[in-house]
Design a protein around this ligand. Structure first.
Ligand SMILES: Nc1ncnc2c1ncn2[C@@H]1O[C@H](COP(=O)(O)OP(=O)(O)O)[C@@H](O)[C@H]1O
Ligand SMILES: [Mg+2]
Length: 620
């Protein structure tokens, strides 16, 4: 299918991810990298001193040296130990974990940024959604298991490798066979835990599905916007039933994971018994059959115990690292996803002040997660300065049609031409400059009303233009009633003293934003759906002014609202069923006329009632 990415999931490999993570840390902040080295070094010194210290003490007692020399040896070693211990503790706690937390935020922002910046069509596609979901779960807030835990694990891993090498050297002096016993048992341990880790990763996809469903019932539904409908339509039972169903699935999945871990722990216990028992028996035997001092005994004893700890740390870190490595893969899988539309170069866009022509040439479209063809071989030319209305029942594909016109979605086949140029030839982000649109959903930022209307990459707001847009959109009275007028801030949940707007006011604000932006193509998707009939009527009267000098597409499921347009198309079952002016379509006596007459009956009574209400209000 054209316009869709079909990439298979590929892992990047350990080295590539290592390079990626190092680059990320390096470009973000260099200091932690130096701290890692300090931390690795000091930890190594601390652990070597840890096994050497008792030997010095015991051997000194045995050799009956002077008490002042004994004290000097002990105190100098203690001071060195304390210094390195402090450095190692300090670097681990405050810097590594702190830096990891901060870096995780960076990945978080990286993921959000990418989700917003990537082609809209890709973000909406099945694959895009899956990648976003995976990246999202990679950057959870738990610093020990998220993607940024890579750094903590890497440092610990390197530490353990160096520790193992130095302790092995000590044990080799004793007997290489001891090392062999230790290695074999730990190897078995390692294999078991890696196998389990791999198995757990294979259930990750299952987990993502359950989490998505749970997330929906727990988070999406419980937001305040849905509470009203849920109460009124008594949807709680459905939610209860489904929440328990998903929690049950979640529980079963987790239990399966836990059972596997129990088996692993059992095998581990047996291996510990074999390993430690063997090594200590050998040491005790050697004490009685050679000239080994008590100081040597403690040194080797410490080295053997320490060896095991280093090795088990390595095994543990390898599995955590491989887990973190998968998370890095998941993240890169999203952020390195290529856009399909042109992001660089591209032909120059036409003058934004001149009216434009838009042509659909044999355009078909199908969402990749649906069987259903939404638009089927659409051919349509919207002429320069023409006011086109698109009507049709809910779900017929009106919004999809304009998303295609906006270059948000790519046609499955066919092409869309802007002034004769295939819109795919423009740089995607440049093309957006040609379009002014108000969509059905509301997008407000916690800024002033003026900024919400006139925000354009921080360029200074043209107050005159702003006033005009506010007047045309019908927001003038509302704004006059606010003490701070256009500078009133929105989104009270983020801004202190911010205000809430009603649904209709927000829709007017979205309309004002579309009017303010000087683009040759203006698209209004159901701009009056939340307005009362009077406000709606007022908007129709002003429609010519607000689309002046522009080519305009007006979408509505309400047929009577489109009379002021030059041409109307009626979408039905993926095709343009009827096309013409209101009078022409009425003369056709087809579907348009039928729908028009049904709708206008209801609409008239609505309108009359509203007028009566308004008169009553005015009298008071
Ligand atoms: N992101 C999507 N993925 C799959 N199907 C979608 C998506 N968005 C919309 N649809 C489906 O496409 C059809 C047309 O939707 P839309 O263009 O929004 O209709 P309209 O604006 O005419 O009400 C609907 O059946 C809707 O369910
Ligand atoms: Mg729609």
């Amino acid at each position: 299918m054209e316009g869709k990415q079909k990439e298979n999931y590929t892992t990047h490999g350990i080295l590539s991810n290592f390079g990626f993570m190092l680059r990320e840390q390096w470009t973000f902040e260099k200091k932690p990298i130096f701290v890692w080295f300090l931390c690795i070094l000091s930890d190594l010194v601390v652990s070597l001193l840890g096994i050497y210290f008792p030997k010095v003490v015991l051997d000194s007692i045995g050799k009956s040296i002077s008490s002042s020399e004994f004290l000097l040896r002990i105190s100098s070693l203690t001071v060195v130990l304390m210094i390195f211990q402090y450095v190692s503790f300090f670097s681990e706690q405050s810097v590594i974990i702190g830096a990891t937390r901060i870096l995780n935020m960076r990945f978080y922002i990286g993921k959000d940024w990418k989700s917003l910046d990537m082609d809209y069509g890709i973000a909406m596609s099945k694959e895009g959604k899956m990648r976003i979901e995976k990246a999202h779960s990679s950057i959870n807030r738990n610093v020990y298991v998220n993607m940024a835990s890579y750094y903590i694990n890497l440092v610990e891993f390197l530490k353990s490798i160096l520790g193992l090498i130095s302790f092995s050297t000590v044990i080799l002096l004793l007997n290489p066979i001891v090392i062999l016993i230790l290695l074999v048992t730990y190897l078995l341990d390692g294999i078991v835990s890696i196998k389990i880790q791999q198995w757990e990763i294979s259930v990750k996809e299952e987990r993502a599905v359950v989490n998505r469903c749970l997330g929906y019932v727990l988070d999406d539904i419980s937001n305040s916007l849905m509470a009203k409908d849920i109460k009124i339509y008594k949807m709680m039972n459905w939610i209860n039933a489904n929440t328990s169903k998903y929690i049950n699935e979640y529980k079963q999945l987790e239990q399966r994971v836990q059972r596997k871990y129990t088996i692993q722990r059992l095998i581990e216990a047996v291996l510990i018994f074999v390993r430690n028992g063997g090594a200590y028996l050998y040491l005790i035997w050697k004490m009685f059959h050679s000239d080994m001092t008590i100081g040597d005994f403690t040194l080797y004893f410490g080295a053997i115990t320490g060896f095991g700890q280093w090795l088990s740390q390595i095994v543990e870190r390898i599995s955590s690292l491989s887990n973190a490595n998968y998370r890095v893969d998941d993240y890169r899988y999203l952020v390195e996803m290529k856009d399909h539309m042109k992001r660089e170069g591209g032909v120059a866009i036409p003058d934004v002040k001149a009216p434009c022509e838009l042509r659909f040439e044999d355009v078909s479209f199908q969402y990749d997660d649906s069987e259903h063809i939404i638009l089927n071989h659409i051919n349509l030319t919207i002429h320069k300065g023409e006011k086109l209305a698109v009507v049709g029942n809910n779900g017929v594909g009106k919004t999809t049609l304009i998303k295609l016109a906006c270059g948000l979605l790519e046609p499955t086949s066919g092409r869309i031409l802007f002034n004769g140029i295939d819109i795919r030839k423009f740089n995607r982000d440049d093309y957006y400059k040609l379009i002014s649109a108000s969509f059905q959903n509301v997008c407000l930022l916690p800024m002033s009303i003026a900024m919400n209307v006139g925000y354009d990459n921080n360029t200074k707001i043209d107050r005159e233009k702003l006033n005009e847009a506010i007047t045309l959109s019908g927001l003038k009275e509302k704004i006059a009633s606010l003490p701070n007028g256009m500078d009133t801030e929105l989104v009270p949940s983020v801004v202190d003293g911010g205000i809430n707007l009603s649904g209709g006011e927000m829709q007017k604000l979205m309309l004002a934003r579309a009017i303010y932006k000087e683009a040759p193509l203006i698209i209004l998707d159901e701009p009056t759906a939340a307005l009362d009939p009077i406000a709606e009527q007022e908007m129709y009267l002003k429609y010519n002014d607000l689309t002046k000098n522009r080519t305009a597409i007006y979408i509505s499921h309400r047929l009577s609202s489109t009379r002021f347009c030059d041409r109307i198309i009626l979408l039905d079952q993926g095709t343009i069923a009827e096309i013409g002016s209101h009078e022409e379509l009425m003369k056709l006596s087809g579907k348009y006329k039928e729908l028009f007459e049904i709708q206008s009956q209801y609409y008239k009574s609505d309108m009359e009632e509203e007028k009566r209400e308004k008169k009553k209000r005015d009298k008071r």
